[in-house]
Design a protein. Structure first.
Length: 498
């Protein structure tokens, strides 16, 4: 769906449907709803007076204008109580309204952002509304062959605005929303693609195509190149698979030459069976999402380029399958990482930290200003924080604060867990420098402590997205399935930094 902005009065705009909002508890319509009510002989007021529409959050009603204005229908969307209204709710409202309009088989929607008086800046509302509508309309259809499963896309959303002082802000923010939502779609598509069509080399090819389009530098190391670098942890995980591993690197140079980049590292396990320490078969299919961190960093660097942010960014994705083949790595094996540290394998299902270990060491080569890694790393994080929150652990207070601010702004929720150094005891090995699992309890923290050994001295934050990467139920503007988590968070972080 394309978002455009037009300077026109709602009274003159010809369209199938006009979307306006109404706060619960308001006795009379406000803002655009009031204006349209006046133009259309009180049809909205009548609906409210009659008790047919209360403005409850995510509800909506359709009324026909019957020729009183060129717009054929008005969709009045409930904004909930004004005291509780915020940008996160606005995203949900626009998502639900857009889904409803799609359900009416209408291919174009016109919207007003004049909700009457609110405490939010018009630009912020434009961005939240546009992102909500776009993100809520996402569907993954490449594998659907039946026409009825694919039909009915809204192709255009027009923001109708006649207050000249707001036009520029709305245009700028609608454009940002479009770019960021495209990046989220890109991450969701990568994660949704079934693992037979999302092998490490295919992921590298897709990253290459994205790089070409966004004018990024692309590089993918094959196993021979990784061997030269001594990436035996990554290669160890890859040994059970017939598919060759890749180390994908994308680079965006929007900042000054020589300015240290922000390096984003994303876990790229294209399928995690657990390896020799095999997982139960129930829900194993969900482990196609074990490259969601990798997808998020690829999509984020694309967004940074499309937004032309004035900074340097590197995205690194170690990509491999984790399978139990005849040559697979085994519990008891000891692997020598690129950093030189040796790791005793206690469980081949704790593979994410192994591939990230070598990727973090590799990241050090870019002289990073900061490293942020994102990974579907531990089931323990889902136990601790549930399906909606990402866990955050890291070594730098300022970096964590900035990520928390980006989290508040985008609604991609993160929660800090402590990197409690005493738990390093739990990953001490009798035979190697460290082992790849601690106890079941505190598993998210020991995984992060493991990664910390490879992050060097540079400010570093680890985000565990095991919970929110793949949703089993719809959220207001995130349809169930691949969520694209992390893209809006990291893009916002980079925008605020740039
Ligand atoms: N990819 C999984 C973690 C995961 C679990 C992601 C659930 C999304 C949803 C990871 O590689 C894994 O298997 N971790 C193990 C670690 C354990 C063996 C120490 C886990 O969490 O059980
Ligand atoms: Zn695993
Ligand atoms: Zn995994």
């Amino acid at each position: 769906m394309n978002i455009t902005v037009t300077k026109e009065s709602l009274a003159d705009f010809d369209c199938e449907v006009l979307l306006v909002g109404h706060f619960e508890g308001n006795k009379a319509p406000e803002g655009a709803a009031r204006f349209l009510d006046e133009q259309c002989n009180g049809i909205i007021g009548e609906l409210i007076d009659g008790g047919d529409f209360e403005g409850k959050l995510y509800t909506s009603s359709v009324v026909y204008t019957r020729g009183s204005i060129p717009g054929k229908r008005i969709l009045i969307a409930g904004l909930g109580a004004k005291e509780e209204f915020d940008l996160e709710k606005l995203r949900g409202v626009f998502s639900k309204a857009a889904q409803k309009i799609r359900g009416l088989n209408i291919t174009q929607m016109a919207v007003s952002l004049d909700f009457g008086e609110t405490k939010f800046a018009i630009g912020d509302m434009a961005r939240a509304a546009a992102e909500g509508a776009l993100l809520g309309l996402y569907r993954f259809t490449p594998y659907k062959t039946l026409e009825e499963d694919k039909k009915g896309e809204i192709t255009e959303c027009i923001i109708v605005e006649d207050r000249p002082e707001h036009l520029e802000e709305i245009k700028k923010n609608a454009q940002t929303a479009q770019i960021i939502s495209r990046a989220v779609y890109c991450a969701r598509d990568l994660v949704s693609t079934p693992p037979n069509d999302m092998t490490p080399s295919i992921l590298a090819d897709r990253a290459n195509a994205i790089a070409k389009e966004a004018h990024l530098t692309f590089e993918a190391l094959n196993e021979a190149a990784m061997e030269k670098l001594g990436m035996n942890a990554l290669l160890g995980v890859a040994r059970g698979s017939a598919e060759e591993a890749r180390l994908i690197t994308l680079q965006y140079n929007g900042g000054g030459k020589g300015t240290p980049p922000v390096v984003l590292v994303g876990k790229g396990i294209t399928f995690d069976s657990g390896g020799i320490s095999i997982k139960p078969s129930e829900k194993m299919d969900e482990m196609k999402s074990d490259m969601a961190g990798g997808a998020a960093v690829i999509a984020t660097i694309k967004a940074a380029a499309d937004l032309k942010l004035p900074l340097n960014v590197v995205a690194i994705v170690p990509a491999t399958e984790n399978l139990p083949g005849g040559r697979a790595y085994k519990p008891g094996d000891i692997l020598k990482t690129m950093s030189g540290l040796t790791v005793e394998i206690k469980n081949t299902d704790a593979e994410g930290r192994l591939i990230l270990a070598d990727a973090l060491t590799f990241a050090g080569r870019y002289n990073p200003a900061a490293i942020i890694d994102m990974a579907t790393l531990t089931g323990a994080c889902v136990v601790a924080l549930g399906d909606n929150l990402a866990g955050m652990m890291g070594t730098d207070e300022d970096l964590k604060k900035r990520l928390s601010a980006a989290s508040d702004a985008t609604g991609e929720m993160i929660w800090e867990l402590p990197l409690w150094h005493e738990y390093n005891e739990l990953i001490k090995s009798d035979v190697a420098d460290i082992k790849n699992v601690g106890t079941r309890a505190g598993g998210t923290i020991t995984a992060a402590l493991f990664l910390k050994r490879f992050a060097g001295d540079c400010p570093w934050v680890h985000l565990d997205i095991a919970g929110p990467a793949l949703l089993s139920t719809d959220r207001p503007y995130i349809p169930k399935g691949a969520s694209g988590i992390g893209v809006r968070l990291l893009a916002q972080f980079l925008m605020d930094r740039g």
